[in-house]
Write a protein that binds this ligand. Sequence first.
Ligand SMILES: Nc1ncnc2c1ncn2[C@@H]1O[C@H](COP(=O)(O)OP(=O)(O)O)[C@@H](O)[C@H]1O
Ligand SMILES: [Mg+2]
Length: 271
Amino acid sequence: MSTPAILVENVTVHYGEVLALDSASLSLDAARICGLIGMNGSGKSTLFKVIMGMVKPDAGTVLIGGQSPSKARKEGGIGYVPQSEDVDWQFPLSVRDVVMMGRYGHQGFTRRPSKADRAAVDEALDRVELGEFAGRQIGQLSGGQKKRAFVARGIAQGATMMLLDEPFAGVDKRSEATISRLLRELASDGCTILISTHDLHAMPALCDEAVLLMRRVLMHGAPELVLQPENLAMAFGLDVLNRDLPEPDAEPDAEPGSEPESNAARAENRG
Ligand SMILES: Nc1ncnc2c1ncn2[C@@H]1O[C@H](COP(=O)(O)OP(=O)(O)O)[C@@H](O)[C@H]1O
Ligand SMILES: [Mg+2]
């Protein structure tokens, strides 16, 4: 058997008294798109941070292509699109600066961008359709454009793995479609993709497999199977059985800076 792209084994994480992950285990093969679902507080963001090596588990093992997260990250293999709450949008960086961060690993200690770095950044900006916004401060983008900027950072980086933490929350339909198309392209180029989302309707078309998280992995399999109402009831509470799936986000976020109620908030409000 080949080495899994992501191996998480019996990982437990506490924040003080709070148990965020409780012996969570997940094995993901390369070049797959895996959707991660679970209610707010189920540990999705913590799982991403553990895979990134940003949070150290109290117990358990994490291996990225057989090596430690910190080594995989240093080698530039992991692209990360953080959830909006985890980003300081006031930071004085342009869209181009954010995407250039993906090239740091390719630069010498002077961090002076080479011609190749600039070309990689331009190409990544074009792929996410943000070329015309390159000079704009990152906070001055719409919700969907911000997500696309971080996807571009991962592309410029040449990441072989992309972790996307709720990239569709508060995002217009065009950005969702652009991001989904890019993820399929990246996966067909061999990139492994783990994406958390509350857009359950979009999952079967986007994802090859799905994971239900509730501090631990309750289920991992084909999206059609994982999304069965009785399985969702395990992860979201029993009354989901008597309701429709949460509606995907219908409102566009055309105004830069405006963040319509996210699917996350919406799903939660139904509970
Ligand atoms: N930095 C932190 N300090 C204290 N508690 C945290 C921190 N980050 C997350 N938590 C708690 O850990 C649990 C899991 O959070 P998180 O991984 O963000 O879940 P999700 O992304 O699924 O909403 C929640 O109870 C949350 O309140
Ligand atoms: Mg989260």
